[in-house]
Design a protein around this ligand. Structure first.
Ligand code: PLP
Length: 393
């Protein structure tokens, strides 16, 4: 048995998406910037893809820039605006729970003379609007707060936050990588100036993303090269990937509500079982404002890596922290920012369900999880102490 419950890390590419992409590898292989018929065919495919994305997120096609993924789009947005507006001010605001693409871009800016403020979050992972009011000043050029968090799924009050940024003359960027698979987004209604999307979180290809840049917003280039993407992002456009991203986004809008309800029912069943059957747990996230796919729990007295390995041994794929930081044993910066004690944060696991999971799979995961936690606690000196044991630490 092999069960995938790590959809916040990535999703399988939909076969219909793959089919749409295939011709652009070998039959219609033209470079979208070439001046001949091969190039024109490729350029048409890219332009169609741009129009599809623009239609779905409510902007003009010339506000859609294709990138090599969400990480690049995040880097470009934050560094690009900060560098471009350096003469106006050197202050950048992000939230404490951003993805590493924003977090490390902010660190890079800090190393290069910028001032960075990280907005704190409450115990459910929510940024408080008043905190932005408090932090923003005349030198703030950009505020970047993610739409939905990749570890706990909490959805942020983006519209209100963007309004505050604008009131103080700053631009607003949101990393919508984890939100767009589940939410209809209209960038104009949301009031954001820049927005990041990544193809592989909604059953599209990896290595392709979008940065929406509102017309009129100026930012420095991140990737210098040829005249691609209206001279703002150098590099031959990855035509198959761009076509795939657009098709996947289009498909993700079909039955969005139905799929969300189904995924939420899987998560709810899982949460009911965990909460009923496993003691000493802490649920991480916000019960009201969250994407339907993610359940994040800390299991006291055990290590996340141990849980992960035993579940993997049983064919179950989940994640401890975010996929990008797994491999490191550092505690999750998201959970720490939410006030989860460091020793508790070490025993945290993210389960993220998708539209292909079944109730039987959810039950299997819950069964194996219960067994795993019991087994690990039997070996845990801390749990022994908790039970009144005499283990000498
Ligand atoms: N932002 C968030 C919130 C993410 O979850 C991810 C992927 O894990 C990224 C950015 C990075 O996107 P990509 O994998 O396309 O570089």
């Amino acid at each position: 048995m092999k069960i995938y419950a790590d959809h916040a890390a990535t999703t399988p590419c939909d076969k219909r998406v793959l089919e749409e992409m295939l011709p652009y590898f070998s039959d219609e292989f033209g470079n979208a910037n070439s001046q001949h018929a091969f190039g024109r065919d490729a350029a048409k495919a890219v332009n169609d893809a741009r129009e599809t994305v623009a239609d779905i997120i409510g902007c003009k096609p010339n506000e859609v820039y294709f990138t090599g993924g969400g990480t690049e789009a995040d880097n470009w947005a934050l560094k690009g605006v900060a560098l471009h507006k350096r003469d106006r001010g050197n202050h950048v605001i992000i939230s404490a729970i951003e993805h590493h693409a924003i977090l490390t871009s902010a660190e890079w800016l800090e190393q290069n003379g910028f001032r960075v403020t990280k907005l704190p979050v409450d115990s459910t992972g929510m940024v408080r609007v008043e905190e932005l009011e408090r932090a923003i000043d005349d030198e703030t050029t950009i505020v970047s707060v993610m739409y939905a968090n990749n570890e706990v799924g909490t959805i942020q009050p983006i519209k209100e936050l963007a309004e505050i940024a604008h009131k103080h003359g700053a631009l607003f960027h949101t990393d919508a990588v984890q939100a767009i698979p589940y939410m209809n987004i209209d960038v104009k209604e949301l009031g954001v100036d820049l927005l990041t999307i990544s193809g592989h979180k909604f059953y599209g290809p990896k290595g392709v993303g979008v940065l929406y840049i509102r017309n009129g917003v100026k930012l420095d280039k991140l990737i210098c090269g040829g005249g691609q993407e209206r001279s703002q992002r150098g590099g031959t456009v990855n035509v198959p990937a761009v076509v795939g991203l657009a098709r996947a986004l289009e498909l993700s809008r079909v039955d969005l509500e139905k799929n969300n309800a189904y995924i939420a029912s899987l998560r709810d069943r899982f949460e009911q079982r965990v909460e009923k059957e496993i003691p000493y747990i802490r649920q991480n996230g916000n019960k009201l404002h969250r994407v339907p796919s993610i359940a994040n729990y800390s299991f006291e007295f055990v290590e996340g890596e141990g849980i992960l390995m035993l579940l993997d041994f049983n064919g179950i794929a989940v994640s401890s922290g975010s996929a990008c930081s797994s491999g490191s044993l550092d505690p999750s910066h998201v959970l720490l920012a939410m006030g989860v004690p460091i020793e508790v944060s070490h025993g945290s696991i993210r389960f993220s369900f998708g539209k292909h999971n079944t109730m039987e799979e959810v039950d299997y995961i819950a069964d194996k999880l219960k067994e795993t936690i019991e087994k690990l606690r039997e070996m845990s000196p801390l749990f022994d102490l908790k039970k009144g044991g005499t283990y000498n630490v």
